[in-house]
Ligand binder design. Structure first.
Ligand SMILES: Cc1ncc(COP(=O)(O)O)c(C=O)c1O
Length: 453
C-alpha cells in the first residue's frame, strides 16, 4: 500500500505543480495525481519519498544497466569531477573521450571507425541523418533527399527524429507538415520470440516479408540517403521483436542501392537484447550506429554516432571546400559523462555482466511464461532481458479502450505493490536493470501476475 508523504513534500509538490512541465504528460492529470517523488536509488530499486522501495522494472526509461548508485560509477564521476568538469570539444580534446572511444572500438564491427559525440538518443539520430544526407550530397548523390524507416519505429522526439519515426500515432502526426520526407516499410513481428508461439506458416510469412523489402527498395532505393531501423526490437513502437533475417535483407538491399544503413541501438545496445549489441545477432554491420541510454550505465546523458571510414572520407578536404560536418552541442563529449561511460564499460570487462544478464533472461523467461495462462494477456514474448505482452480485456479478448487508462492504472497499482512498470498503450513490458538479482525479477513478475489476476 502507498504510505503517506512526509510533510516537507507538500510544499515541493505545490511548486512542481505550479512550475514544472513534465515529459509525455497531460499536465492536467497531475492536478489530482501528482508525480511520484523519488529520493534515492539503490541497486535495482528506487526509493520513494514515502519510504517505499520499488523495483525499477523499466530501468528508468531503459537507461539503467548495473543498478542505481553503483559505487564504481559514482567513484568515476567523483574522480573526473576533481580533474575537469567540462570543456568545449571543438578544437579541444580530453582523456575520458579518447578512453571511451578506445574501450568501445573492439566491441563494434570493424568498419565503424569514427565516433561523433552528442547528448541523447535523439541527437545521436539527428547526427546520423545529417551525416548520411551530407555524405551522399558530397559524393554527387544530391538527389537522395529522403530516408527509409520501419513502420512503428521510434527514434526520439526532435523534428528530424520524429520524421523517421512512426507517424500515425498521437505523438507525432500533428507535426507532419514540418517533417523530413520518409518512406516506410512494415516488418512482421517474430513469433519465435513468443512463449506460446504458433509457428504455422511462419516460413512463408518470412519469405513474403523478404520480398516486400526488395520491392520497397526497387521503388525507393535510388531516392534514399539512408534507411534507419532499431535492430530486432522496436521498443517504443510496442516492444515489437522482428526477425534478424529481415535485418540481413535490409543490409543487402542498402548495399545494392547505395543507401546507408543507420542502426539505432539507443535502446537495444549494451546487453539489453542478449548480446552486447543487437545487430550482431543478425551478423550485419551498419554504416552509422547510434548509441545512448545504457552508454553511461544510465547515469549521465551522452550519446555517440559511429560512422565508417567511407562516410568520414566524404567530409575530408581543405577548409575552403566547405565539406566539414558543422554540427555540435554545448555539452558535446562532457568529460563527466565520458568518465562514467568508461567505468560502465570497464564493469563489462571486470565482472560477468553478460553472463548475469543471461541468467536474468532465463529466470524472466520462465516467470514470464506463466503469463501465458492469464486471460488478461496475449502474446507474451521475450528478447534478452526485455519481456513484453499485450494487455487485453479478459471478458472480450480485445485491447482496453485508450480512454480507460488501463495501463496507467496498472502502473499506479504496481507502484503501490513495489514495482515500477509503465505500459506503452496496450503493451505491457518488464525490463529491469541487467544487474537485477533473478529472485527480484521473479518477484516483479509475480506482482504483475497478481495484479492482473
Ligand atoms: C530506439 C530509440 N532511439 C532514440 C531514442 C531517443 O532517445 P532520447 O530520449 O535520449 O532522446 C529512444 C528513446 O527511447 C529510443 O528508444
Amino acid at each position: 500500500m502507498s504510505s503517506p508523504l512526509p510533510e516537507s513534500w507538500s510544499g515541493r509538490l505545490a511548486l512542481d505543480r505550479s512550475h514544472v512541465w513534465h515529459p509525455f504528460t497531460q499536465m492536467k492529470e497531475h492536478e489530482l495525481d501528482p508525480p511520484t517523488p523519488v529520493i534515492g536509488g539503490e541497486g535495482c530499486d528506487l526509493v520513494l519519498a514515502n519510504g517505499n522501495r520499488v523495483l525499477d522494472g523499466i530501468s528508468s526509461w531503459w537507461t539503467c544497466l548495473h543498478g542505481h548508485g553503483h559505487p564504481k560509477l559514482m567513484a568515476a564521476l567523483e574522480r573526473q569531477g576533481a580533474k575537469l568538469d567540462h570543456v568545449i570539444f571543438a578544437g579541444f580534446t580530453h582523456e575520458p573521450a579518447i578512453e571511451l572511444v578506445m574501450r568501445l572500438r573492439p566491441k563494434l564491427p570493424p568498419n565503424l571507425t569514427r565516433c561523433f559525440f552528442s547528448d541523447n538518443g535523439s541527437t545521436a539520430v539527428e547526427v546520423a541523418l545529417k551525416m548520411a544526407f551530407q555524405a551522399q550530397l558530397q559524393k554527387g548523390q544530391g538527389q537522395r533527399t529522403r530516408f527509409g524507416a520501419l513502420h512503428m519505429g521510434y527514434h526520439g522526439d526532435t523534428l528530424g527524429a520524429i520524421g523517421v519515426g512512426e507517424l500515425d500515432n498521437f505523438m507525432t502526426s500533428l507535426f507532419r507538415p514540418l517533417l523530413l520526407r520518409c518512406e516506410r516499410l512494415a516488418v512482421p513481428e517474430d513469433p519465435r520470440r513468443e512463449l506460446n508461439a504458433d509457428l504455422h506458416g511462419w516460413a512463408e510469412s518470412l519469405e513474403v516479408a523478404r520480398h516486400s523489402i526488395c520491392s520497397f527498395f526497387e521503388i525507393h532505393g535510388n531516392d534514399l540517403a539512408a534507411f534507419i531501423a532499431e535492430p530486432l526490437l522496436q521498443a517504443a513502437g510496442g516492444m515489437r521483436m522482428w526477425p534478424p533475417e529481415l535485418l540481413v535483407e535490409l543490409r543487402a538491399q542498402c548495399d545494392l542501392f547505395g543507401v546507408y544503413l543507420i542502426l539505432d541501438e539507443v535502446m537495444t545496445g549494451f546487453g539489453r537484447t542478449g548480446s552486447f549489441f543487437a545487430h550482431s545477432q543478425a551478423g550485419v554491420a551498419p554504416d552509422l550506429l547510434c548509441l545512448s541510454k545504457g552508454l553511461t550505465g544510465g547515469v549521465m546523458p551522452l550519446s555517440l554516432t559511429w560512422a565508417t571510414e567511407e562516410i568520414f572520407g566524404c567530409f575530408w578536404g581543405d577548409y575552403a571546400e566547405g565539406k566539414a560536418f558543422l554540427h555540435g552541442h554545448s555539452y558535446t563529449a562532457n568529460p563527466l559523462a565520458c568518465a562514467v561511460a568508461c567505468a560502465s564499460l570497464a564493469l563489462f570487462e571486470e565482472q560477468p555482466v553478460m553472463e548475469q544478464a543471461g541468467r536474468l533472461h532465463e529466470t524472466m523467461k520462465s516467470a514470464w511464461g506463466r503469463l501465458v495462462d492469464l486471460p488478461a494477456i496475449r502474446r507474451p514474448r521475450i528478447l534478452g532481458t526485455v519481456a513484453a505482452a499485450q494487455l487485453v480485456d479478459p471478458a472480450t479478448g480485445v485491447p482496453h479502450p485508450a480512454e480507460s487508462r488501463f495501463g496507467w492504472r496498472l502502473h499506479r497499482r504496481a507502484l503501490d505493490a513495489g514495482l515500477l512498470i509503465r505500459p506503452i498503450g496496450d503493451c505491457l513490458y518488464f525490463m529491469p536493470p541487467l544487474g537485477t538479482p533473478p529472485s527480484r525479477a521473479e518477484e516483479g513478475v509475480n506482482t504483475i501476475t497478481n495484479l492482473l489476476k
